[in-house]
Design a protein around this ligand. Structure first.
Ligand code: FES
Length: 141
């Protein structure tokens, strides 16, 4: 089977879809490979992500990875959310077909962009290296 049950579940019933009106950080990123876009909103209290929502004009795999990513960073300190890799999200979904791996990059980048926005808004210093634009670790594009 092409997609794991977890991918199908998160695709059919995506968690945390929508937007947060008074978000503390908003990240919007585009996928260089396919042009799809993703918007991620986070609400932060005492350095902990207390709410997260996403909206995407992306494919099913992008929806599934973002949904899983929101579950993985909910309730976590922002620094921990920054550590979330697309690889970890894909593993949590029991894998994605190789040609869909690039879709998972969108979720990771959107989380990072939302945290960066949160840092910027609050004048919190950070190492810019953390937000260096990476290439897709799988397809190197
Ligand atoms: Fe664009 Fe999946 S094809 S995010």
């Amino acid at each position: 089977m092409l997609y794991s049950e977890k991918v199908m579940d998160h695709f059919r019933n995506p968690r945390n879809v929508g937007e947060i009106e008074d978000a503390d950080g908003i990240g919007e990123v585009g996928n260089a490979k396919c042009g799809d876009i993703m918007k991620m909103y986070i609400k932060v209290r005492d350095n902990v992500i207390v709410d997260v929502k996403f909206n995407t004009f992306g494919c099913g795999s992008a929806i599934a990875t973002s949904s899983m990513a929101t579950e993985m960073i909910m309730g976590k300190p922002v620094e921990e959310a920054l550590q979330l890799s697309n690889k970890a999200v894909v593993e949590a979904l029991d894998g994605l077909p190789a040609h869909k791996l690039h879709c998972s990059v969108l979720a990771e980048e959107a989380v990072k962009a939302a945290v960066k926005d949160y840092y910027d808004r609050n004048g919190i210093a950070y190492d810019p290296e953390l937000f260096r634009e990476g290439e897709c670790p799988h397809c190197h594009e």
